[in-house]
Ligand binder design. Structure first.
Ligand code: VG1
Ligand code: CO
Length: 559
């Protein structure tokens, strides 16, 4: 029999979950009781249902995941949790956690990841709680967890509980008078089974391997040394018959090989170069925890995430899951370009615009009003789970291409010809000093909400923009009527062009400023987005005084 020990502790400041969980430097989590406090607070926030419950636990394989898995086992055992489902060696992609929570109807799950942030002892770690719907906890739950961290006095632990997380199977422990079960599961199996239900694997296999009508479709998939490696190898190589060389960086590494596991044109430049110089029809990259995706075509033709969502919405019937169930509403985060809105209007679907962060899609999905959604930050997904899902997005794209026989570029060109084109760019200024960024946001809010701002005009290049609406975006959830305030400063012009500015909620130190610019051209003007948006970018930098406040002449990342 194992004993429960109650340990006295003191609160830490700043354990406030951001856009997606608590993210801090590894060294912050290594402070005495820091991690224990947060885990106990998660369990306390669920105190009415924790005893006898089942939880899912897993992470993206980064530095500290294994150690924290062991802490979670010991703390859950002490708090009366009946069972944990844990990915072998603590490995589970974020969408796989969501899938497993839903499949086994558990109380929720604890996801160990800092997603697209770098890993290793000098970099980031993160802890996130997902609820029984499989999605990231909504604001009222994360606020409750945060509030508990501010006055925590004790946590409970079973110090002598030793569990082998490398061995698949059940391990049963007797903790005082209770049974506590840890089931270590194959991280990939449930997810792969589910993907086979959602997609037509034989059809995608024919695309990849070629047929009498078509040569083999060549692809290169970059797992960026994140968690998707085992999922991608199993799905694309074992199941869909792609050649071994179709996958790169497919072994999860604790520090992602020193790279930034963020699938965009800057951090996945290697993939872009390889696809540009090689004979590939398709390229995809995923982030550290497997919920983001970047899609490129032959010659590294780039699909913007806003367009990717619109294309998948337009061709949803190519995915058997949607063909069977139909498509309910569509949604995007506020800064995401409005390409999908046009598809919704054309197909007569309900359309939602929510704040940044996947947690805001969950209620709409649970209410049966939302099927497909996305964010400009390389997030695409559907109501098959309650997280964005990188591998799902790649399979959805392959389903579209297998049906149409078009190339990636051909698909986009046909889409723009039908709907017109949204030009979009995002400038990230990473890890700036916090105070000047906060001052900049305050000053800008004051400026754009002052009388007279609406109706004023700005000129740059040969363009003049007249302000139609300017505010700090707030959102009322149509289902539970909860309100999220201050979700980003927006300036919308008469012609529909937009400037959006917000501070990141996923960084682990300093402030990251995100500037989003988009505009719409009904008749397709073939041009590079950077060139098309140049005048508006200048207007944005001028109104916000961003260069002066941040001291940065140029952004860290341009998408
Ligand atoms: C960023 C993105 C947001 C995304 C979030 C989590 O948040 O902008 O769209 O949902 O990351 O993605 P922020 O607050 O830094 O802008 V993941 O893949 O890091 O969980
Ligand atoms: Co992620």
């Amino acid at each position: 029999m194992l004993n429960v020990v109650t340990v006295n502790t003191n609160p830490y400041e700043g354990q406030k979950p951001g856009t997606s969980g608590l993210r801090k430097k590894v060294k912050v989590f290594l402070q005495e009781n820091y991690t224990e406090n947060f885990i106990q607070s998660i369990l306390d926030a669920n105190k009415d249902s924790i005893v006898g419950s089942t939880l899912v636990v897993g992470g993206d394989g980064r530095y500290l995941v294994k150690e924290v898995v062991h802490k979670i086992i010991k703390i859950c055992g002490a708090n009366g949790v009946a069972k944990l489902l844990i990915g072998q060696n603590g490995i589970l992609s974020t969408p796989a956690v969501s899938c497993i929570i839903r499949k086994y109807k558990t109380l929720g799950g604890i996801v160990l990841t800092a997603s697209h942030n770098p890993g290793g002892i000098n970099n980031d770690f993160g802890i996130k709680f997902n609820c029984s719907n499989g999605g990231p906890a909504p604001d009222n739950t994360t606020n409750e967890i945060y509030s508990l961290t501010t006055h925590i006095k004790q946590y409970k632990i079973v110090p002598d509980l030793v569990c082998a997380v490398d061995q698949i199977g059940m391990q049963t422990f007797t903790v005082e008078d209770r049974q506590f079960v840890v089931e270590v599961i194959d991280p990939v199996q449930d997810y792969v089974d589910y993907m086979k239900e959602i997609f037509d694997f034989p059809k995608i296999k024919t695309l990849i391997q070629g047929s009498e009508q078509r040569p083999p479709f060549k692809m290169l998939i970059d797992c960026m040394s994140g968690v998707t490696g085992p999922y991608v190898k199993r799905i694309f190589i074992s199941e869909l018959g792609a050649p071994e060389g179709s996958v790169r960086r497919a072994t999860p590494l604790e520090d992602f090989g020193g790279a930034h596991p963020d699938p965009n044109l800057t951090y996945a430049a290697d993939l872009v170069t390889a696809v540009k110089n090689g004979d590939y029809d398709f390229g995809a990259a995923f982030d550290g925890d497997g919920d983001r995706n970047m899609i490129i075509g032959r010659d590294a033709f780039f699909v913007s995430p806003s367009d990717s969502l619109a294309v998948l919405a337009e061709h949803a019937q190519c995915v058997p899951y949607f063909a069977r169930r139909g498509v309910r509403g569509l949604a995007r985060s506020m800064p995401t370009a409005a390409a999908v809105d046009r598809v919704a209007a054309k197909h007569g679907k309900e359309m939602f615009e929510v704040p940044t962060g996947w947690k805001y899609f969950g209620n709409l999905m649970d209410a049966g009003r939302l099927s497909l959604c996305g964010e400009e930050s390389f997030g695409t997904g559907s109501d098959h789970v309650r997280e964005k899902d990188g591998v799902w997005a790649a399979l959805a794209w392959l389903s579209v291409l297998a049906t149409s026989g078009l190339s990636v570029q051909g698909t986009l060109e046909a889409h723009w010809a039908k709907y017109g084109r949204n030009y979009f760019t995002r400038y990230d200024y990473e890890e700036c000093a916090s105070d000047p960024c906060n001052e900049m946001m305050q000053a800008l809010e004051k400026k754009i909400t002052a009388p007279g701002f609406v109706g004023s005009s700005f000129s740059s290049g040969n363009k003049t923009y007249v302000v139609k609406l300017a505010d700090n975006f707030s959102y009322m959830d149509p289902i539970d009527k909860s309100v999220a305030m201050k979700q980003g400063l927006r300036i919308i012009f008469e012609d529909g062009s937009r400037i959006v500015l917000r501070l990141s909620g996923t960084g682990s130190s300093g402030a990251t400023v995100r500037l989003y610019i988009d505009s719409y051209e009904a008749t397709e003007v073939r041009g590079d987005a950077q060139q098309m948006l140049r005048p508006l970018i200048e207007v944005a930098l001028d109104i916000s005084q961003l260069r002066q406040y941040t001291g940065r002449a140029a952004p860290t990342v341009i998408t």
